[in-house]
Design a protein around this ligand. Structure first.
Ligand SMILES: [Zn+2]
Length: 444
């Protein structure tokens, strides 16, 4: 270990109580996506106290703390701020009904711990590059009604915090992203290094238009929107046999509305449909099948379909464990496992969007029990969930930026982005264009 590395560990160990208190405070005040005002204010205050230049209100609640501009690559450390809707969780907020059942408070605590160590003058002087600490809003799914409201309020990409931050240029100076999370796939080791491939998704809100009539006197004059809906969902079920295992397709429906009163033929149904898959192409392909099912069912009964696309997350492009991660985990003497190209996470995260623009150096950590997003999720080992990840972030950033940032430069050179910012925004905007049955027919 170098002197700076020893110092990083010493600083984090000496601030253990503060880091744990910060995590407990955030866990005790959960807030939903794009509404993390208290979390943002608290995070901004701690980062400001470290002498960092703090920018707030990015994508509404985001907080970015920068070092003074320094030559060399910029590494942006990400901490997610939002809690998940989970009203039966013992720590759920009674008003907003969210809880930190995805461990985002642990990420924030780790980011703060790393900032404490990296703000040290001697450590900073040994680095050839700059670091930003970015508390980001809204990683969890935002439902269709809330998106509509946010859009009216000026959030261009209300589907996810990171997407809106990309759109607004808040990541323009970033060269490498550093992300972390509690383990999302079953891993018994303390650390899981690298970024496993993971599903992306697209969603839509579908309104089925039928025609009301008396359910007993003249049902033949009606067009039953519930029948169209259930037929469409039945077709999607039968389509499942065409899904390839390697595409990891998952298809979910929630019926929000299907009629008003029992003695009238339902004339309106509203469904939210979500398609997950391992590639953008497969998501698009499956979404087209879903839309054919809706239109086919509407055609059969003589109804009509209106589709409102909802932005999803892109799949994660898998990334092996970078050398700096492996060295840091080895120095810390904990158990760890490296990601392989066969590992796969069926869930989705907007970190996937980041992997289409930036190299994302990622690891996940242990120290909890229960199910992610479940009522039984809780941190059981503060050392493993808060302190160890703080050391991992700080040591990894140090290794990437030391000695003329040689490791960071290698990562940047070896990375092939899929999109630049403009290309990304164009892709998302195109995917949100409302298609009609006619425009799809012309394409076919
Ligand atoms: Zn999460």
């Amino acid at each position: 270990m170098t002197r700076e590395e020893e110092k990083i560990i010493r600083i984090i160990d000496s601030h253990k109580d503060e880091i744990i208190a910060f995590a407990s405070d955030i866990a005790g005040h959960p807030e939903p996506g794009f509404e993390e005002e208290r979390t943002a204010a608290k995070t901004a205050a701690v980062l400001r106290d470290l002498g960092l230049e703090v920018h707030t209100d990015l994508a509404r609640t985001g907080v970015r703390a920068d070092w003074m501009e320094q030559d060399g690559p910029n590494i942006t450390v990400i901490g997610e701020m939002d809690a998940i809707g989970c009203r039966t969780h013992p720590m759920a907020d009674p008003h907003n009904q969210t809880a930190h059942a995805c461990g985002h408070h642990a990420q924030l605590a780790a980011m703060i711990g790393a900032a404490l160590a990296l703000a040290d003058e001697e450590v900073r002087a040994s680095l050839s590059g700059s670091v930003s600490f970015f508390a980001v809003p809204a990683e969890e799914y935002i439902d269709a009604d809330k998106r509509k409201r946010l859009k009216k309020e000026g959030i261009g990409f209300p589907g996810s915090g990171k997407s809106e931050l990309i759109r607004t240029g808040a990541f323009d100076r970033t060269d490498i992203m550093m992300t972390t999370h509690v383990h999302m796939v079953p891993v018994s080791e303390d650390l899981y290094l690298g970024n496993p491939a993971c599903n992306g998704y697209a969603a839509e809100r579908v309104t089925v238009r039928g025609k009301a009539a008396h359910a007993a006197i003249d049902p033949w004059d009606g067009v039953n929107a519930l029948s169209i809906t259930s037929s469409a969902i039945q077709m999607m079920g039968l389509m499942r046999e065409t899904f390839r295992e390697e595409d990891h397709v998952r298809l979910h429906n929630v019926i929000r509305k299907a009629g008003d009163v029992i003695n009238s033929v339902p004339d309106e149904a509203v469904i939210e449909t979500k398609v997950r898959a391992g590639s953008l192409e497969c998501i698009e392909h499956t979404m087209n099948m879903v839309n054919r099912a809706y239109e086919g069912a509407a055609y059969a009964f003589g109804g009509r379909i209106e589709t409102e696309p909802l932005q999803g997350y892109m799949p994660i492009r898998w990334r092996k464990a970078d050398q700096a991660l492996i060295e840091s985990a080895s120095q810390l003497g904990v158990s760890f496992r490296e990601v392989t190209e066969y590992d796969f996470n069926n869930a989705c995260t907007d970190v996937g969007d980041l992997t289409h623009l930036f190299p994302v150096v990622n690891f996940t950590f242990n120290g909890f029990e229960g199910k992610l997003h479940g009522t039984d999720f809780r941190i059981t080992d503060e050392e493993k969930a808060y302190i160890l990840p703080a050391k991992m972030i700080a040591l990894t950033v140090y290794k990437l930026l030391k000695e003329d940032a040689i490791q960071a430069k290698e990562i940047i050179q070896g990375f092939q982005p899929v999109f630049d910012r403009e290309g990304y925004c164009r892709y998302v905007e195109n995917s949100l264009k409302t298609e009609t049955a006619d425009s799809r027919k012309q394409e076919a």
